[in-house]
Design a protein around this ligand. Sequence first.
Ligand code: ADP
Length: 610
Amino acid sequence: MPQEILQQYFGYDRFRKGQEELISSILSGRDTVGIMPTGAGKSICYQVPALMLEGLTIVISPLISLMQDQVDALRMNGIPAAFLNSSLSADEYRATLSQVYSGNVKLLYAAPERLETESFLHIAEQLPISMITVDEAHCVSQWGQDFRPSYLKIAEFLHLLPYRPRISAFTATATKEVCEDIVRILGLHDPFTLTTGFDRENLYFGVQQPRDKFHALMQIISSHPEQSGIVYCLTRKLVEQVCEELCENGISAVRYHAGLPDEERRVNQEAFLYDRVSVMVATNAFGMGIDKSNVSFVVHYNMPKNLESYYQEAGRAGRDGSPADCILLYSGRDVRTNQFLIDHSSDNAELDETTRALIRQRDEERLKQMTFYATRQSCLRQFMLEYFGESAKNYCSNCSCCKTNYEQRDMTLEAQKIISCIYRLQQRDLQFGAAAVTDILRGSKAEKYAKFRFADTLSTYGIMSDVSEKLCREMIRHLLAEEWISQTGEFHVLALNRNSARLLREKCTITLNVVKEAPPPEKKTKSEAVSEHPELFEELKKCRAGIAAKERVPAYIIFTDAALRDMCEKLPINEMAFLSVSGVGRRKLEKYGDPFMDVIRTYIKEHPEI
Ligand code: ADP
């Protein structure tokens, strides 16, 4: 049954990881917490059960400016949804309420501030509420990166209700404290909690440390012609500066930050969502709840304050599953700016001194981890996933470290040589640090080793003469980091430990990411490259743009780029085939099937060779 709803309303033929489990938990009546990365598909997890349950689902969401879009997208799929927030006029508010009372609405979006109003409590008394869904639930926790005091009102609202509906909560933040806070503050009863993998395979992660950030940015933008992208800057001033410079360089860009008048923010956001401009330059004020599915790149012009924010913001790229780039332009100054922002933060002014100090300490620790990411030499994805508590391979092949700088090399043999050398030295009661062991392995003729007569007496002397000094040191560092050998004493001499013998005896494989000798020029994967018929793709985009303009909605709300690409692959020219396109449900088939199939028919006619 959930499967049918997914197909019928959303046009998808299978659930993504975790969705099914979360949905069946909700349907069984249990409180449910879903922790999934941005873009993984949290909304479906409450929208599908909302359609199946008797009564109304209330969705609490932090950003009123985006409710309209969310509701439009649902209505587009034939789902009766509405929102109540302060952007409605008194008449609109009344009209929506009467819709709700008549039972014609299944999903009602509301900001937390609304909950305590009388009209809201009245709804709860008059109508069966089947579920309360708390979106972006981490906002309830002051340990989260996005604490919103208004979220605390949710618990108060729940207490005021004459009965307790099931509660579901969703977030992309998975730290232990935040999860515990969600359960405790929202008063969830023995919730089913599911965390899906955090990896988003379609995202490429890159870090650059360019001398000229603007130049680097221009290069990234020009490698994504006519594609949408977001550029995040740390300060409002920089947003304005970068946006202005981009415009001067002929890029269609708009800006967004909390210091701009509401009207300008609204207009700019809309221009970006509707693909009228391709680049949005913004502070972190932009983006929460943005479901623009065709964002092809997210560039961080500065390093953000922590990895939680980074992953959330970068995760706004490639939501429809197409390949997308997330690039951080790092400079040492970013660390200082962030430290300044932590030192001068007035975010938690209402909290007591001890709590504030604790939060500050955590912020500093987070900043440190973020800096580790930005300066790291090996797999970025691994670092990020491990930060979020997942185990990960040390080579992902889709980050700047793996892809451009590094290759994985089997160093088992070299590791055995290094260990043998330390062992032989120990046998002779000799202990050396990493530098000297490197010299010995490489057969150094330096004067200081002459008295030991290694060349005649030590079998491991010079057995790594074909390995560069740098690489040899790197290997020793790796063995130390992975605890295959140890360092002891005041002079950090190398010593064997319990693992060392294992390495010689058992069949362990040791791999190291090493700098590629001559990295081949990187070939960009463009989203468009996936499309089998680029000309048709363009025609379909035109058709979509025409309809979007007529209906005054963003193009991706009609069909995502991924759906258009699927059309290019499947070339559907009848209803059954069109329904099999990913993202085409019943309603969209009825509404838009014909014009799109006409485009495809024409294309096939013009290309009889297909
Ligand atoms: P999140 O809230 O987790 O950031 P969304 O709920 O906005 O993510 O979903 C991201 C995108 O993935 C949306 O365009 C959504 O329609 C799409 N999506 C969700 N579930 C599926 C599915 N089962 N199959 C295909 N696409 C899906």
